[in-house]
Design a protein around this ligand. Structure first.
Ligand code: GCU
Length: 138
């Protein structure tokens, strides 16, 4: 489906690094969250009009332990401790989708680890077409 892709390696990263030491990622790499509570990746998503948008978050978690993250839009948590369960290996990526309400104009979407394990490895966020504008919008 048409969507705008926001690569994690191009986002704002706090307590994480861009890595490429596993296979199967999109773009030039992925975000390896530091294994601490509060590590985050923040995306800026521009919307032409206010409205609901589906965010599809692609990640890998090579452990068998959930790596939950808070999903915040414009500073408000809209999904607390959203689950990012094990994917079988660090080379195996899966996606999870949630609808969020965006404001017209520039929005922040921040994915913050809520446990000392940090987040999963984060590949990208896709925002569904419609409200979203910017490079790659269709
Ligand atoms: C391993 C893996 C990393 C991952 C890390 C983690 O080191 O290679 O990609 O981020 O585990 O536990 O977070």
């Amino acid at each position: 489906a048409a969507a705008t892709r926001y690569e994690a390696e191009n986002a704002t990263i706090s307590q994480g690094t861009v890595a490429a030491n596993h296979t199967g990622y999109s773009g030039t790499g992925f975000v390896d969250y530091t294994n601490v509570t509060g590590s985050y990746t923040q995306f800026t998503i521009d919307a032409a009009t206010a409205g609901s948008t589906d965010l599809t978050i692609r990640y890998a978690n090579g452990t068998t332990t959930n790596r939950p993250m808070d999903v915040a839009v414009n500073g408000s948590v809209v999904s607390a401790g959203k689950a990012f369960n094990g994917t079988g290996s660090w080379d195996t990526w899966t996606s999870t989708t949630l609808p969020v309400d965006l404001a017209a104009g520039s929005n922040t979407v921040r994915l913050t680890a809520t446990t000392s394990n940090g987040g999963p490895n984060l590949d990208y966020v896709d925002a569904s077409a419609g409200a979203v504008t910017g490079p790659g919008a269709m």
